[in-house]
Ligand binder design. Structure first.
Ligand SMILES: *[C@@H]1O[C@H](CO)[C@@H](O)[C@H](O)[C@H]1NC(C)=O
Ligand SMILES: *[C@@H]1O[C@H](CO)[C@@H](O)[C@H](O)[C@H]1NC(C)=O
Ligand SMILES: *[C@@H]1O[C@H](CO)[C@@H](O)[C@H](O)[C@H]1NC(C)=O
Ligand SMILES: *[C@@H]1O[C@H](CO)[C@@H](O)[C@H](O)[C@H]1NC(C)=O
Ligand SMILES: *[C@@H]1O[C@H](CO)[C@@H](O)[C@H](O)[C@H]1NC(C)=O
Ligand SMILES: *[C@@H]1O[C@H](CO)[C@@H](O)[C@H](O)[C@H]1NC(C)=O
Ligand SMILES: *[C@@H]1O[C@H](CO)[C@@H](O)[C@H](O)[C@H]1NC(C)=O
Length: 637
């Protein structure tokens, strides 16, 4: 009898008063039924602490999802439904976006569910199998990412997904693909982790489907796509907290996991799969990292080995500086010259007016010497207290994963420094040639064929507004053991702090402060480097450091391109292996080394190595820095 009444009710609802989920989701970004009270009949596909998920009848049109989330934190309401139930309910069509995060997308959902009737139970629900039933596109996030550099185009923040409210194109654009599955139950077969988990145990994966930019470790690198547009790797998806309250495992880049079945949703600025239950790790990549093969020969004076390492807020004492010393000693194998960024002053992060880092650097040099018997000299220019900005780590370590940043350490007065082996190269010293101070600009003087710096070392244009609240570039002129001159600039460009999420509302995503970063590049290349090359087109020049920008953001580098060459290009490093940083879904290169044509002409294949000592670590906590170091071998004659 009960059964009869229920089927009657079901028939009534499904023929008349009931609204189809596909009518609520529609083919566009936003729901056509916002604010309406609807009656829905559907299967309960998943259930968590803050609601449950419905699956209705599918339609042919792939743009239209037949899944939907129902928001409720009421234990009484949640107790009324079980996974596998066919239910009818009444609720309101709503769009959720946290007021504090206007750069996130709206999530369509049902709120205030009432009149829940269970029509049948224990129905089986088959997930859509990603990679088999449907696969994500692999190149672009959104049709709104217009401009020559795709999602990295400048100007950015030109339009908003939720305002344009376009019809989805799930075959072409990754955000549209995931939007077209929002609320649905999907399976991710053979997931591979492509980043470490954040503090909430969330991590990025790709499954058993076509991917681009795959590197040897198993991550997805930021590369150029087939049409010369930067590839955003939209085929990756974030794995959120499991709905059953189990905990995600610890993963590293390249870890493989058991299949994930979960629901697609949007939160914290990204599309996610929320697993029904936590997957487990099947394999990890080996965690040992081979030392560089690039060492300079004691017999040949021409080659100079060059290391570059952002040592992430290195303080004068403690285990961090010893770990850095160990890396330089045993992994980078004591390059002839080290470009170092993020050296804190002698009082570390304490904000007490100290600016010199000579104790910090002496301690580093002593630890390396104790370990290798290599005796480095060092050189720095202390900044004006508090004027160069404390570094802000890009890794938030907490959800929302991107646009909340760990506060910096302004008291540390981080700066760049060089370590150098005096038996291999020395600062050029000449009568009257002195080092510059924090605010003195070094100029290119000298006669044709013989450029010299007015201050050695010196800062490049430190009072230019491009360097406000940012680390000033450290230039130096060296005389090598072979008797040749080498010019260097050690860079730490302004960080991306405050940028919007890759899958956020603003398109192309907001890249902060890209105008300042572009100006910084211009002050170095258009004025300083070009002045050296004007006097000597054959000058040996290396500009290297943490640039906080990808080469794929081509607009930033326009002033450099005719003058210097990316050493990875000359050394023919595979594009997928060009990374020094891991952020969100991408292995990416923030640390670059640019060389003049005369050096490029003498470079051989594989004369540069990015040593993934940090990003191949088992966990975030065991990394010594968020950046990987690089070693190159150049010839100055
Ligand atoms: C989005 O587009 C759909 C389909 O055209 C329309 O029904 C809905 O009202 C639009 N919503 C907004 C906020 O523009
Ligand atoms: C929903 O439930 C309320 C309270 O139980 C009841 O008054 C109302 O008639 C129900 N609505 C429908 C459409 O069944
Ligand atoms: C559904 O399955 C569970 C577990 O197998 C069983 O305990 C329950 O009685 C079933 N419910 C119905 C309505 O068949
Ligand atoms: C992006 O543009 C919107 C206007 O559409 C503006 O309100 C917002 O402040 C901009 N965001 C940034 C970070 O510039
Ligand atoms: C650091 O510099 C100060 C001031 O020039 C000097 O007195 C001190 O000896 C230096 N310390 C080291 C370890 O070089
Ligand atoms: C070099 O450093 C590493 C790591 O700190 C340490 O294990 C090793 O014993 C050191 N070697 C020497 C000779 O000090
Ligand atoms: C650096 O600039 C300061 C302040 O302008 C000036 O007093 C000092 O002489 C300059 N030093 C050099 C070496 O030019």
């Amino acid at each position: 009898m009960v059964q009869l009444i229920l089927s009657f009710l079901y028939a009534l609802i499904s023929t008349g008063a009931s609204t189809l989920i596909t009518d609520i989701t529609g083919a566009s970004q936003r729901t056509p039924l916002l604010g309406q009270t609807v009656t829905i009949t559907a299967l309960v596909s998943a259930k968590g602490k803050s609601g449950f998920y419905l699956l209705g009848e599918a339609v042919e049109d792939k743009r239209i999802s037949h899944g939907l989330s129902v928001f409720t934190t009421s234990a009484a309401v949640l107790a009324q439904v079980s996974v596998g139930d066919q239910v009818s309910l009444i609720g309101k069509v709503a769009e959720f976006r946290p007021t504090a995060n206007p750069d996130y997308l709206f999530l369509t959902e049902i709120t205030s569910p009432t009149n829940i009737t269970v029509l049948s139970s224990n129905n089986t629900i088959a997930p859509l199998i990603l990679g088999k039933d449907r696969s994500p596109p692999t190149q672009q996030f959104s049709a709104l990412d217009v401009g020559p550099d795709g999602w990295l185009s400048v100007p950015n923040n030109q339009s908003r997904v939720d305002v344009v409210n376009a019809t989805l194109q799930p075959d072409k654009f990754g955000m549209d693909f995931w939007a077209s599955l929002q609320g649905q139950l999907v399976a991710v077969p053979l997931p591979t982790a492509i980043n470490f988990p954040n503090n909430f145990g969330e991590f990025w994966v790709h499954g058993d489907w076509p991917v681009t930019g795959k590197n040897l470790r198993g991550g997805l690198s930021l590369t150029f796509g087939p049409h010369g547009i930067p590839d955003a790797n939209p085929e990756a998806i974030l794995v959120g907290a499991p709905l059953d309250g189990t905990k995600n495992p610890k993963v590293a880049i390249g870890s493989t996991l058991t299949d994930i079945v979960g629901v697609v949703t949007y939160q914290f600025g990204f599309y996610y799969v929320l697993p029904l239950t936590a997957p487990t790790v099947i394999t990890n990549q080996p965690f040992d990292v081979a030392p560089t093969t690039l060492v300079s020969s004691p017999h040949d004076r021409c080659p100079v080995t060059v290391g570059d390492y952002n040592v992430e807020n290195m303080v004068p004492t403690g285990s961090h500086i010893l770990d850095v010393a160990n890396h330089i000693s045993n992994i980078l194998r004591t390059p002839d010259i080290m470009f170092i960024q993020e050296v804190q002053d002698n009082s570390g992060s304490k904000d007490d007016g100290t600016v010199s880092a000579n104790v910090t650097l002496s301690n580093l040099v002593a630890a390396i010497e104790a370990n290798t018997s290599v005796a480095y000299s060092f050189v720095e220019i202390a900044p004006v207290d508090g004027q160069d900005g404390g570094e802000i780590s890009l890794w938030s370590g907490s959800a929302p994963p991107i646009d909340i940043y760990i506060s910096g350490q302004p008291g540390g007065n981080i700066r760049q420094a060089y370590l150098y082996r005096p038996e291999k190269l020395n600062l050029v010293r000449a009568p009257g040639l002195v080092a510059g101070g924090a605010l003195n600009a070094t100029k290119v003087l000298g006669s044709r064929g013989n450029p010299v710096l007015s201050l050695n070392p010196g800062r490049v244009d430190p009072t230019n507004s491009a360097w406000t609240d940012s680390r000033k570039p450290l230039a130096a002129m060296w005389l090598t053991a072979s008797g040749h001159t080498l010019f260097t600039v050690n860079l730490h460009l302004v960080s991306k702090s405050g940028s919007s999420t890759g899958q956020g509302d603003a398109r192309p995503p907001v890249n902060l402060p890209v105008a300042q970063r572009t100006n910084q590049v211009e002050t170095i290349f258009q004025t300083f480097v070009s002045s050296i090359l004007d006097k000597d087109p054959h000058a040996n020049i290396v500009v290297a450091g943490d640039c906080n920008e990808f080469l794929q953001t081509r607009s930033v580098w326009a002033s450099l391109t005719p003058l210097l060459i990316d050493i990875d290009e000359v050394a023919e490093i595979a594009p997928e292996e060009r990374y020094t940083y891991v952020f969100d879904n991408n292995c990416e290169q923030l640390d670059h080394m640019f060389v003049s044509r005369s050096i490029a002409g003498r470079c051989a294949k594989a004369d540069v190595e990015h040593i993934h000592i940090n990003n191949w670590a088992p966990t975030i906590a065991t990394r010594v820095s968020d950046h990987d170091p690089t070693v190159a071998r150049i010839r100055v004659c």
